[in-house]
Write a protein that binds this ligand. Structure first.
Ligand SMILES: [Zn+2]
Ligand SMILES: [Zn+2]
Ligand SMILES: [Zn+2]
Length: 317
């Protein structure tokens, strides 16, 4: 069976300078990665003859990805519920990826992550009832394909739930651990600790992949390692960001944090960094004007006119 994981991708604004992005979709477009079709053909044609016809193998594979999609929608909808953005879900052979950007608060982040595995938890009683029904009505004899499919789907869902809850960053379990640590040790340090634990877990995964001679596990470990490494780098950037000087000046209308000084906003058109408050939300390099300015602390996007000023700057107004 395929190992399936999913990853939530943080907004990179603290790693690189922040950015002004006016993008917002009403619905999550779901994309299928091209490799999905290749692997689907391979998986389905190589599958054990559990069913009477190949059609049931196809159905099993589609059900697996339906569950993964529901899981990703759990993340995306929860993220929007707390005021974040979630613009895209990509399905590829190792699982789904929901590109979510929750507000940078531990509670909001925790809910956006927990909602994914919660979908699998909700499916448990549904699938349990279906399985019990199948046994009671003797479907194993009368419609063995349906019975086998229900059994397979039960194990898939339980497998997905357990796997995603492993406390290995960037898996959901690792991100839940990170959000919990965030309450007590702050944004940067919590990510550093969770990603370091994740690195140890991934080392275990690599050993397992070698031991089992599993290409799937090796690919999964490589992908996790990439994301975990990104997490470590982001944690370093966050710790550096926390030390930046913050003067009197503009205050985020959402989280009330006064913004650090310097060329920390990145122009979405020419890629140059600039201080958006100094230039009144206009890129000094290409003159692009931005309708909304992003808070570097919570990620909120608000028009510059809504940003109140504090301290010395306020007296000038
Ligand atoms: Zn997830
Ligand atoms: Zn803010
Ligand atoms: Zn520009």
């Amino acid at each position: 069976m395929l190992a399936v994981a999913d990853y939530e991708v943080d907004c990179p604004h603290a790693e690189s300078p922040g950015f002004d992005s006016p993008v917002s979709f009403l619905w999550n477009p779901v994309f299928l990665h091209w490799s999905w079709f290749l692997v689907a053909v391979f998986e389905i044609s190589n599958h054990s003859r559990r069913y009477s016809s190949l059609m049931w193998n196809v159905l099993e594979y589609l059900t697996l990805f339906l569950i993964v999609t529901l899981h990703e929608f759990g993340h995306a909808l929860a993220c929007r519920q707390v005021g974040g953005t979630a613009n895209q879900i990509v399905l590829w052979p190792l699982g789904g990826v929901a590109y979510v950007n929750p507000p940078q608060r531990p509670g909001a982040t925790l809910w956006s992550i927990v909602a994914g595995p919660l979908v699998n938890v909700v499916l448990l009683p549904v699938l349990f009832v279906l399985g019990t029904l199948s046994r009671r009505l003797g479907w194993a004899e009368s419609v063995p394909d349906v019975h086998a499919l229900l059994r397979a789907v039960w194990f898939m869902n339980v497998g997905l739930l357990i796997f995603n809850l492993l406390p290995i960053y960037p898996l959901d379990g690792g991100q839940i651990l990170r959000s919990l640590l965030w309450f007590v040790m702050g944004r940067g340090r919590s990510l550093m600790v969770a990603a370091s634990i994740g690195l140890a877990g991934i080392a275990g995964f690599i050993i397992l992949a070698l031991w089992l001679h599993s290409v799937w596990f090796a690919m999964l470990a490589a992908f996790m390692l990439m994301n975990c490494w990104g997490g470590l780098r982001q944690a370093q950037a966050l710790l550096r960001f926390a030390k930046l000087p913050r003067g009197d000046g503009f205050v985020c209308p959402h989280c009330k944090a006064s913004q650090p000084l310097g060329n920390l906003w990145k122009c979405g058109h020419c890629g140059q960094a600039f201080d958006t408050f100094e230039t009144e939300a206009q890129c000094p390099h290409c003159e692009a004007l931005f309708a909304a300015t992003q808070c570097l602390d919570c990620g909120a996007l608000r028009p510059l006119s809504e940003w109140p000023v504090s301290g010395l700057v306020a007296t000038k107004v």
